[in-house]
Design a protein around this ligand. Structure first.
Ligand code: SAM
Length: 293
């Protein structure tokens, strides 16, 4: 009779598969072609760690099978959602860049309204491109409710948030956050527009109903062509993940998506220097904005 097998902690340990240089190149090229996001050689460990976790969930033993699954598998469309979610960085918070909001409140809103008056359009179109979990888009909705609506009750607004990660868009639509998201939020806005319950921070309905969230890959030319006539685009902390070629493509598409007289904001650490000469640059204290003239 054979001895009963003893399952030890050691025998349960499943070593994580290794991402070979060849498969790293294949995955990196695929991700780049699909999303514009480029992983430098020194970021191999990031892909290995993040996709490695997905391999464990799927019970897959190697990266080669995973690469085949996302490129050719029957479930490839479904799996790409998880891949895009795994590879993107979604750090964000409410009122992330106060200098941009000040520029908007003190000068740009008046100019956008004047342009709308000249064009005879009573609606402002705003887009948070690469919205992550929605804090940026909801911040803009709060600014509208606070600064614009009381002065111009007839003025309509449409605010869109888009992202490549479907999972993060679910969070955005729910509008329920943790403390980390509200860390920069002025108390006045927190008290007025957020309901705090059991350490969860819920967006009030009056804010929520102003914002619509949709899937959009900023690197997808077809999808980008549908985005037109925006007066204000916030594409902050997204371009940093692209190489120069994909930045040029995405920024050129953003330009086409804007109305004349519209403004583009990018992240604090980002610049359009060497990427586009199409915009007029306007400097504000601690921030710049790019105008489509
Ligand atoms: C760091 S977050 C920035 C969130 C917000 N804009 C802010 O500044 O706080 C970057 C977001 O860009 C999204 N992203 C990255 N590549 C993208 C692409 N090709 N198309 C659409 N969204 C993308 C990521 O999923 C992520 O949610």
């Amino acid at each position: 009779m054979s001895a009963p097998s003893i399952i030890t902690k050691r025998s349960l340990f499943v070593p994580q598969p290794e991402l070979s240089d060849g498969t790293f190149q294949l995955l990196r090229s695929f991700i780049y072609e699909q999303t514009g996001i480029y992983f430098q050689d020194n970021k191999k460990y990031l892909l290995e760690g993040r996709i490695g976790k997905r391999l464990q969930v799927l019970g897959m033993k190697n990266f080669e099978d995973y690469c085949h699954l996302v490129k050719f598998g029957l479930q490839k469309d479904e799996e790409r959602k998880f891949l895009y979610d795994a590879i993107t960085i979604k750090e964000t918070c409410f009122f992330r860049n106060p200098a941009q909001l000040e520029a908007l409140e003190h000068k740009l809103i008046a100019e956008i309204l004047e342009a709308r008056r000249v064009n005879g359009r009573a609606k402002i179109r705003v887009w948070s491109a690469g919205s992550s979990s929605g804090e940026e888009a909801y911040t803009l909705a709060m600014i509208y409710l606070e600064k614009l609506k009381p002065r111009f009750p007839g003025l309509d607004i449409e605010i869109m948030g888009t992202d490549i990660s479907l999972l993060i868009l679910d969070t955005a639509r729910k509008g329920i956050y943790r403390e980390n998201s509200v860390r920069n939020m002025p108390k006045y806005y927190l008290d007025k527009y957020i309901i705090c319950q059991d350490s969860r921070y819920c967006i009030r309905d009056e804010v929520k109903r102003l914002v619509r969230f949709e899937y959009l890959n900023l690197y997808d030319q077809t999808g980008m062509r549908l985005m037109r006539n925006f007066d204000l685009i916030f594409c902050c902390n997204v371009l940093i993940y692209f190489d120069t070629k994909s930045k040029i493509q995405v920024v050129s598409n953003l330009y086409d998506s804007m109305s004349r007289g519209g403004y583009l904001f990018i992240g604090y650490a980002e610049t359009l220097h060497g990427i586009s000469k199409a915009f007029k640059v306007i400097n504000f204290p601690k921030t710049v904005t790019y105008v489509k003239e």
